[in-house]
Ligand binder design. Structure first.
Ligand code: Z5A
Length: 217
């Protein structure tokens, strides 16, 4: 699977966190920081990001699919990811474009592992199959108390299948995210997302500047 490492011209940055953590808001800040340095950036998201992936996303979020078993959920997520990697992420990285992705495989460990109780070894098997050795170069983890995140998004009129989960589910997700950050301190940088937007943006800019310095940009 040597080709899997040949993509390495661009950098792959992911944003993670529970519901309402502010990832989408801060993605624009990361993008600006990179573009100010003359870096070409592609922003994308998971699940989705490719034509087939977006169809799978619709199914995953559809409240009408209530009762989907955890194994189906994990397999659909990795099916969407395989499409995303093949058609969007790898081609961009191969050209030297940096890819900024709203959620990636850490979300599977956190939501399906920490939230639904799927054995992380099963997730790791699929990660190896679909990604080979490919991992993000930098992950910003936006952390805040579950109640604060849910309060931010609480006003949405029609909750999707994940938004309909109970608070305990998101506590499991948050705990697993924090464990991932502890296990990968070089790659995963913790952001205090409970602060006002400007203060969160300042932390983001600092982390991105640190990363750029580490990779010599
Ligand atoms: N999922 C999964 O289970 N497994 C996987 O492997 C993957 C995904 C890849 C995708 O949903 C769902 O898929 C997700 C996990 C699951 N579901 N959940 N939960 P999505 O993409 O539709 O939703 P999301 O990723 O959770 O996005 P979100 O709920 O919109 O949250 P966000 O992007 O982190 O936050 P935001 O949109 O930037 O901000 C939310 C609100 O808070 C908004 O009104 C902002 O103006 C406000 N905000 C943002 N920052 C602040 C601060 N600092 N203070 C106050 N208010 C703020």
């Amino acid at each position: 699977m040597g080709y899997l490492n040949s993509y390495k011209k661009g950098k792959f940055i992911t944003l993670e966190g529970i519901e309402g953590a502010g990832k989408t808001t801060q993605l624009a800040v990361v993008r600006r920081c990179l573009e100010e340095q003359g870096i070409a950036v592609l922003t994308t998201r998971e699940p989705g990001g490719s034509p087939v992936g977006e169809r799978i996303r619709t199914m995953l979020l559809d409240p009408g699919c209530k009762g989907m078993v955890a194994a189906t959920e994990v397999l659909l997520l990795f099916a969407a990811r395989a499409e995303h990697l093949a058609h969007k992420i790898r081609p961009a990285l191969e050209q030297g474009t940096w890819v900024l992705c709203d959620r990636f495989t850490d979300a599977t460990y956190a939501y399906q592992g920490g939230g639904r109780g799927v054995d992380p070894e099963r997730i790791a098997m699929l990660e190896a199959y679909v990604q080979g050795s490919m991992r993000p170069d930098l992950t910003l983890l936006f952390d805040l108390p579950v109640a604060s995140g849910l309060a931010r998004v609480g006003k949405r009129s029609a909750p999707d299948r994940f938004e309909s989960e109970a608070e305990g589910f998101f506590e499991g997700v948050r705990t697993r995210y924090l464990a991932i950050a502890r296990s990968h301190p070089q790659r995963v940088r913790l952001i205090d997302a409970g602060l006002p937007v400007e203060q969160v943006s300042a932390q983001v800019r600092k982390q991105v500047a640190g990363f750029l310095a580490r990779v010599g940009r």
